[in-house]
Write a protein that binds this ligand. Sequence first.
Ligand code: C2E
Ligand code: MG
Ligand code: MG
Length: 567
Amino acid sequence: MPQGICLYDAQDRLQLVNEQFCKIYNQEMAKLPIGISFYDVLAYSCAIGNYPGRSVNDIYSLRKAFIDKRQKGTFLQELGGERLIAISHQPLEDGGWVCTYEDITERRRAEAQIEYLAQHDGLTKLPNRLLFNSRLDEAIDQARCGVDCALLCLDLDGFKDVNDRLGHAAGDVLLQEVAGRLLKCIGQDATAARLGGDEFAIVLPNTSAVEAIKTAQRVTSRLSETHSLGTFGEAKIGVSIGIACAPTHADAAGPLLLLADKALYAAKYSGVGVPLLYDEELERLAVELRDKAAASRKGSAPLANEEQSRIAVLANDLRTALHEGHIHLCYQPIYDTVTRRPIAVEALARWSDPIRGSVSPMEFIPVAENSGLIGPLTEWVLLSACRQASRWREPVQVSVNLSPLNLSQPAFAATVARILGESGLAPNRLVLELTEGVHLQKSNVVENCLRDLKVLGVALWLDDFGSGYANIGYLRRLSCSVVKIDRSFLAPHEKQREILSGMIALVQACGLRVVAEGVETSAHHLLLQELGCDLVQGFLFGRPMAPEQIDATLLLGAESALRDRVA
Ligand code: C2E
Ligand code: MG
Ligand code: MG
C-alpha cells in the first residue's frame, strides 16, 4: 500500500501501523509497541525530530480536537525538511479511528514547478506574459482605488546586431544579463517580465508618473553599460522605453498596454533615446513616424542590405564610442565684426574611431538620430560644453547644436536645467542652435519645450539659415535672438553680394543679429563688414580647436586671430 496507515481504538490506543507509515515518519517509529496512546506516539514522533520547533502539546491539542469531532476529513501536515504529508482521517463505528498518510512533497514540488514554468520565461526566469498580465491587473485594481501605478514597455536597441555578430548563444546570455539588471533597478513589489524576443515590461504598483520616469531613466542607464557575455566577449546595447500610468492614461490593462506601446514606438523611432511618457502629442508623433516609415518604404528604393548593415554597425560603434569616451568636442569662436571681440564659441562634436579615424558629425549625427542615440549624445555634448565653458577666463557664450528630435523629448528643458545646475554655468551663457534644415513639427511638446527653454533663460539661435524652410513667421515662432546664415551663401556666385545683403537686411529688420558662417577669406570678411553683418565665424579666424586651446584664444581678439593666419 503506497499510503501509511494507523488504526486507533476508542481510547486512542494504537491498534495497527504499517511499514509505509514508518517510512514516512522515520523507521524509528517501528519500535512503538501496539497499545501505546496517541499522545505517546506524537511525543515519540516529536522527540525524533519530525516537528522541528513545535511542541507535542500543541500538535496533540489540535489533532485531539479534530478526533473528538468524529468527522471525516483531510488535512496537510508539514514535517521537517520541508516535507508535506496529506492525512485523511476517518472515524470508525466502534468509537475508534483510522488515518492514512501520504507524502505529497514531490507531487507538490512538481506541481509548483509546472506552475512556475507556466508563468515564467525559461531563459531569463522573469515572469512571462501570463503572470505579468495578472500582476498588471492587480496593480490596476489598486489604481482604481486611488493608488496610482505605472507600466513601462521596453524594447532593446541593438540586440539583433549582437545576435547577428556573436550568435544566438551570446544573445541568450545578454538577455539573462538584461533581466538581472532590470531586477536591480526595481523594488520588491514591482514586476519585471519578458514578453518575448527582446521585449520586456515592468509594472510599478503604487508609483507616480515622475517616479516611473526616474525608474525608466535608471533602467536606461544601467542597460546601456557594457554587458560582459563571458566567453562571447562584450556587448553594448540601448533600450527604448514607453510609459503609461493608471488611472491617468487608462484604467484597464488592455488600453494601458496600448498607450505604453505607443509611447515606446515614439521613443524608439523618433530617435530621442530617452524614456517617453505617453501623452496625446506623442500619439500624433507615433502616427506621423509610422506614416513616414510607410511612405519611405513605398516611395524610395529600399536601402541595399549592405548599406543597412553599414548603418547598423555604425550605430553600434557610435553607442560604444559614446560610452567609452571616443567622442570629444572642439570649439570655434564667433567674433563681433565691430568690436572684434569673441562673443561666443560653437561646440562641435568629433568622433575619433580607432579604426575609422575621425568620423564627421555630418555622418554620425544622422546615425544618432536614427538609432535612439541623439538624446544621450546631446546630453553628453551639453554637459561637457557647459562644464568646459564654466572654466573659461573670458565669459563668452557657448553654443551647442540641437537635433530637432531633442525638442520632441518632453523632459528636454528639464535636462538642460539639470545640466546648467550641475555645471554651474549661468543660463544666459548657453546658446542652443536649432538647425533650419529640418522643419520643426508644430506640436505641443515642441512648443512647450521652446517655451520652457526661454523661461530657463538660455538663448536660441537659428542655424544654417537659407538652407531649408525658414520664413519670417518661423523666426518669430522660435523666438531666436541670432540667425546664422548658411555657409553656402559665401560660395562664389554672380549675385552673391545682393543675396547676402538681402538676407542680412531681412534678419536685422526682424530685430535679430546675424552671423555669417564659413568665413574663409579676407574678401569674405571685407564684404560682410561692408554689408553690416554683425558676427562672423570661419576658418579665417580659426578652425574648430581643442578645448585646451580655446581658453587662450578667447583672451585674444579677432585681430590676433587674423594676424596669426597671415603669419
Ligand atoms: P554647423 O552647426 O553649421 O557647424 C558649422 C560647421 O561648419 C562645422 O562643421 C565647422 O567645422 C564648419 N566650418 C566652420 N568654419 C568653416 C569655414 O570657414 N569653412 C568651411 N568649409 N567650414 C567651416 P562640422 O564640425 O563638420 O559640423 C558639421 C555639422 O554637424 C554642424 O554644422 C552641425 O549641424 C552638426 N553638428 C556638429 N556637432 C554637433 C552636435 O554636437 N550635435 C548636433 N546635433 N549636430 C552637430
Ligand atoms: Mg551650428
Ligand atoms: Mg551652421
